[in-house]
Design a protein around this ligand. Structure first.
Ligand code: ADP
Ligand code: MG
Length: 292
């Protein structure tokens, strides 16, 4: 049965936008010593926009933009949405017939158009060596600006590069600072490459970052943190984050996250407000003093 003090604390928290799915979670939050954050959609708004596009040659630019937009239209990834939006601003894409579209989690997408294989995704997905030499290594310059770089490959040739920039949530810097002040170790987990990850991590002030982290690696990393810090929380929004949310001592989902993340989490931040995590910890501390 649930203690009255716990019930009161849960109901007060709900009014403030933090939804605990049970008394045990409200209790556990105060024990958290480290928090892992997903990057896209959690520390950032998750609404990247295309800032730069580079092509292999001057021919076929419009067609490449149109096909990339048509392929990404079938993906739910925030980067995909940004590429489709960019494409639609300049091209008509309805006439493009996309076949055998596949999502390769943490990497990108592939599809066939006019019997040619198209792949859109990160450097390691399209071939690191060609990706890094494309346009005299422009990718590393863009990544240093905190941009995510996505390559477009047709058969065995990289034909274009999209750079995309996401913005930090308005409370991210403040929230990380407050958590660090509470003595909590903070880590960013991202599928992005090291250079982009480093640029964004330094914008946020977070203690540590893990780049090129595949969805299944997020789980391993949360477990590893658990060994170092005993009680670990994971904050995320995506389908990809669900296994990591489940393996953390406390799984925290962003309110506008995907259904799977919301269902898996122990705690939901209803207004996507990261600063509510510090409130939840203080509340849990107070509650545990009363209950014990
Ligand atoms: P994150 O959660 O940090 O955005 P993901 O694990 O979802 O990372 O993806 C890792 C990388 O794979 C992205 O940074 C991007 O380069 C590439 N990628 C994933 N999905 C797509 C997609 N639909 N289109 C293009 N690139 C993608
Ligand atoms: Mg995310």
């Amino acid at each position: 049965s649930i203690m009255p003090a716990t019930l009161a604390a849960i109901s007060n928290s709900a009014k403030k936008g933090v939804l605990f799915k049970g008394g045990v979670h409200a209790e556990n939050v105060s024990h958290v010593k480290a928090i892992a954050f997903d990057k896209t959609g959690t520390l950032t708004n998750g609404k990247p926009v295309v800032t730069d596009v580079y092509f292999q040659s001057d021919t076929d630019k419009e067609r490449i933009i149109a096909i990339a937009g048509a392929i990404e239209k079938e993906s739910t990834h925030p980067l995909a949405h940004a590429i489709t939006t960019y494409s639609l601003k300049q091209q008509e894409i309805n006439s493009i017939h996309v076949q055998e579209m596949k999502t390769i989690s943490g990497n990108g997408v592939s599809a066939y158009v006019d019997n040619q294989k198209w792949e859109i995704g990160r450097a390691a997905f399209v071939g690191e060596k060609d990706a890094l030499t494309f346009h005299d290594g422009i990718a590393s310059t863009l990544a240093n600006e905190g941009k995510t770089v996505v390559f477009v490959k047709v058969e065995d040739q990289i034909v274009a590069l999209f750079a995309l920039k996401d913005t930090l949530r308005k409370d991210t810097i403040k929230s990380i600072k407050a958590l660090k002040k509470q003595g909590i170790h903070t880590v960013m987990l991202t599928g992005d490459n090291k250079v982009t990850a480093k640029a964004i991590a330094s914008e946020t002030g977070i203690d540590q970052y893990i780049a090129e982290c595949l969805p299944e690696e997020k789980v391993n990393y949360v477990k590893e943190l658990g060994e170092r810090f005993e009680n670990v929380a994971m904050v995320g929004d995506g389908i990809n984050d669900a296994p990591a949310l489940a393996s953390a001592d406390v799984g925290i989902a962003m309110g506008e996250g995907t259904d799977v993340a919301l269902e898996t989490a122990d705690v939901v931040l209803m207004k996507n407000d990261l600063s509510k995590i510090t409130n939840a910890i203080s509340m849990s501390n107070r509650m545990n003093r009363v209950v014990k």
